[in-house]
Write a protein that binds this ligand. Structure first.
Ligand SMILES: *[C@@H]1O[C@H](CO)[C@@H](O)[C@H](O)[C@H]1NC(C)=O
Ligand SMILES: *[C@@H]1O[C@H](CO)[C@@H](O)[C@H](O)[C@H]1NC(C)=O
Ligand SMILES: *[C@@H]1O[C@H](CO)[C@@H](O)[C@H](O)[C@H]1NC(C)=O
Ligand SMILES: *[C@@H]1O[C@H](CO)[C@@H](O)[C@H](O)[C@H]1NC(C)=O
Ligand SMILES: *[C@@H]1O[C@H](CO)[C@@H](O)[C@H](O)[C@H]1NC(C)=O
Ligand SMILES: *[C@@H]1O[C@H](CO)[C@@H](O)[C@H](O)[C@H]1NC(C)=O
Ligand SMILES: *[C@@H]1O[C@H](CO)[C@@H](O)[C@H](O)[C@H]1NC(C)=O
Length: 644
């Protein structure tokens, strides 16, 4: 797994390295005309696209077009030079101008611009042609080189009102050529080509054979590495329509960054990615180990901590969690049978999606791990490795109790052995001893919180072993008086009616679930649905109260027993079960009392003739009418269980 992770990082690193190699930076485009579709490739400053052309000054908005300037720029920058000006780009651009005078004299002019800043300068109308303004004119900060198509002689230095000039950081051209055959502003299309070979800038107007203007210039002296290209124009008191009807640009590729930089990137990027991968991997290992230590510390802090297993060992024991070895699937994971040191074991693999996270895992290891009782499933060990939580128990060859007591269990075929009454009594007795031990016998008070027939395991002699402590909670000795924990948990059908109101597990809710359990065992009937508060319809408890009201409580006995049971014992168990399921938690017997009744030391509780209704808040016994007490003898106690 770690190898594949590293391989992925390596491939990613190589890919990123090559991507850095092929990164380019050139500029090529070709606008045959300007439309709504391609206008988003340009950025406009007091300028627009209309009538299939760039209106470099915004001529179409109805406002007067005197004293206007505008600029339209291609959205992407062009890499003009790099490597300390050792590498310089070349370009060639061709465009068609159309300028039409709106006054007797046209004004002022249009220009192709190469600029460090794409923004139109404020107050760049009139003589400034949208190139510079009175402040930036003649300064290095302008960072602009322009080919001007000047239609007005604005000042003395302009040779005439129909010329082409090369402007550098100024509207005062460093070179200007008058046009003789071409009238710039009479509305004819004028094709222009501007070429730059890194040394000379050359301009062709109308005639593509003979340059009109060619001037040595090092653009890198005036312009930054990356430049914008486009057009600017202006009007003054005299006005004209400044249009560009088509535009193509071809810039050479000198690469986005210096060669040295690219090599550096090509080496550095994969290295960084690789390093990050290694760091991530190490971090995960570290975290996993930290968590391991964390859990180990918590678990070892408890006395009688069970053995810590290696994941390898458990994989080997279970045939790599072979589905053939699957014993069952619970809410918290899957249980597999395994062979470890010639001993049969049950390995619960807590599923990643289960609610039983780290906390539950630790709870189970530390609670059950420190408990010793012959009616508890023994936890042999645990394992936490690479997010796998595993618990190792002693193997229970007869599986869980529910398989033996329910009629309609799909896996109980006709040949299935059902438990006789003697074995059932033994199971009830064993379970109550286990629960008494949890509640009263160990140094910490433990709530099981999920007592049900599928959590009672049967060993080879069908002795009951209470298991699955996934929901168990310990209560510190000094807090024993509270004997309750937060959170509702458990299985519908086994949950006391007040659970939903109290919102927590208590000693009494455990006893309620125990009551349901012993009724199941006696009746061979599923607990039914009593999850809704105050509604016992369809539940075993409700059904039994009904039979009792009719004086036919013994009809509840599992018919599979074939009547082979002591009626006194059966009635005692049924009454005890009903008492444990009393709607008033205060009136449920304690596990001590339950044990005394089962062993014959005490009489079974006396129950009212009809099912008491559920009242909340429940009153302690002294406030309850005297139709129910713990004293008084109605049935003979068991005597045959003590000597078992
Ligand atoms: C245009 O600007 C010039 C110079 O600032 C100014 O003299 C002229 O009045 C302006 N024209 C209009 C129509 O605003
Ligand atoms: C544009 O200039 C021409 C002469 O070059 C002139 O005949 C025409 O009237 C001018 N147009 C306007 C609108 O003044
Ligand atoms: C753009 O035009 C508006 C309205 O004519 C004007 O107020 C603004 O100053 C112009 N922007 C520039 C940069 O000239
Ligand atoms: C504009 O700049 C040029 C230098 O490029 C300078 O000669 C000229 O006087 C300036 N014009 C104005 C009006 O400032
Ligand atoms: C402007 O550019 C010139 C030549 O490129 C240089 O000599 C001068 O120092 C620059 N001025 C500023 C203020 O950067
Ligand atoms: C514009 O001027 C040129 C050159 O003077 C001329 O050949 C052309 O016919 C004129 N076009 C218009 C529409 O006046
Ligand atoms: C640049 O133009 C000059 C003349 O203006 C010429 O002598 C030179 O050879 C040209 N350089 C290139 C590279 O074309």
């Amino acid at each position: 797994m770690c190898f594949s992770l590293m391989a992925k990082f390596l491939i990613l690193a190589i890919l990123m390295g090559s991507a850095a190699h092929i990164q380019v930076s050139s500029l090529h485009f070709n606008f045959q005309s300007f439309t709504e579709q391609n206008r988003n490739e340009l950025s406009f400053d007091n300028s627009t696209v209309a009538k299939s052309a760039i209106q470099v000054t915004y001529d179409v908005r109805g406002a007067p077009i005197t004293n206007q300037s505008g600029r339209a720029i291609y959205k992407d920058q062009f890499q003009l030079w790099r490597d300390n000006k050792n590498v310089k780009a070349t370009f060639s651009t061709t465009f068609v101008l159309n300028i039409l005078n709106q006054t007797a004299q046209p004004g002022e002019g249009l220009a192709f611009v190469i600029a460090g800043n794409k923004d139109l300068p404020e107050n760049s109308e009139g003589q400034w042609l949208g190139i510079v303004n009175g402040i930036t004119n003649g300064t290095n900060q302008s960072q602009i080189v322009a080919i001007e198509f000047d239609t007005k002689k604005s000042y003395e230095q302009d040779i005439n009102d129909n010329h082409v000039g090369l402007d550098v950081n100024s509207v005062y051209s460093i070179r200007q050529v008058p046009l003789t055959r071409v009238n710039l502003a009479n509305g004819t299309d004028i094709k222009v080509q501007v070429r730059y070979d890194g040394q000379n800038i050359t301009v062709f107007v109308a005639n593509m054979e003979t340059p009109l203007l060619s001037e040595p210039i090092d653009l890198s002296e005036y312009l930054p590495e990356k430049v914008f290209v486009g057009f600017s124009a202006s009007t003054g008191d005299d006005t004209q329509l400044n249009c560009v009807k088509s535009w193509a640009f071809d810039g050479s590729d000198i690469g986005g960054d210096s060669k040295a930089f690219r090599v550096l990137i090509a080496v550095l990027v994969p290295a960084v990615v690789l390093l990050a991968g290694v760091a991530f991997y190490c971090w995960r290992r570290y975290r996993a180990r930290e968590l391991d230590d964390d859990i180990e510390g918590l678990i070892n802090g408890t006395n009688l901590a069970p053995k810590k297993f290696r994941l390898k060992e458990l994989k080997k024991a279970t045939g790599n969690f072979n589905p053939k070895n699957k014993l069952g699937k619970g809410g918290f994971g899957t249980v597999y049978k395994g062979i470890w040191r010639n001993k049969e074991i049950a390995v619960k693999r807590v599923s990643e999606t289960s609610r039983q996270g780290k906390q539950e895992f630790i709870a189970e290891v530390t609670t059950i791990g420190s408990l010793r009782h012959r009616n508890l499933v023994k936890l042999i060990g645990w394992c936490y490795e690479r997010h796998d939580f595993l618990l190792v128990y002693e193997y229970m060859p007869n599986g869980s109790l529910d398989k033996f007591i329910f009629y309609d269990e799909t896996n109980s075929g006709p040949g299935e052995v059902t438990l006789n009454w003697e074995k059932r009594l033994s199971v009830i007795h064993g379970t109550s001893q286990a629960l008494d031990y949890l509640h009263n016998g160990s140094e910490k008070r433990v709530l099981h919180r999920d007592i049900k027939s599928s959590n009672i395991m049967l060993d080879s002699e069908f002795n009951a072993r209470l298991g699955d402590f996934g929901l168990a909670r310990t209560i510190q000795e000094n807090l024993k008086t509270h004997h309750s924990t937060k959170e509702i948990a458990g299985t519908p059908g086994y949950m006391a009616p007040e659970s939903f109101l109290v919102g927590r597990a208590t000693i009494e809710t455990d006893i309620y679930a125990f009551g349901v359990l012993i009724l199941e065992v006696a009746c061979g009937r599923k607990p039914g649905n009593q999850s809704e508060q105050n509604s016992y319809n369809n539940s075993i408890v409700h059904w039994l109260w009904e039979l009792r009201r009719k004086g036919r409580i013994l009809d509840a006995a599992d018919s599979r027993l074939g009547g082979e049971f002591s009626e006194k014992e059966m009635e005692c168990v049924l009454i005890l079960g009903l008492a444990c399921c009393h709607p008033n938690p205060h009136l449920r017997p304690s596990m001590k009392t339950v044990l005394q009744v089962l062993s014959g030391e005490a009489d079974p509780p006396v129950l009212p003739p009809e099912r008491p209704s559920f009242v909340w808040p429940a009153m302690p016994p002294s406030f309850v009418e005297s139709d129910y007490t713990h004293t008084g003898s109605q049935l003979d106690p068991f005597s045959d269980l003590t000597g078992r």
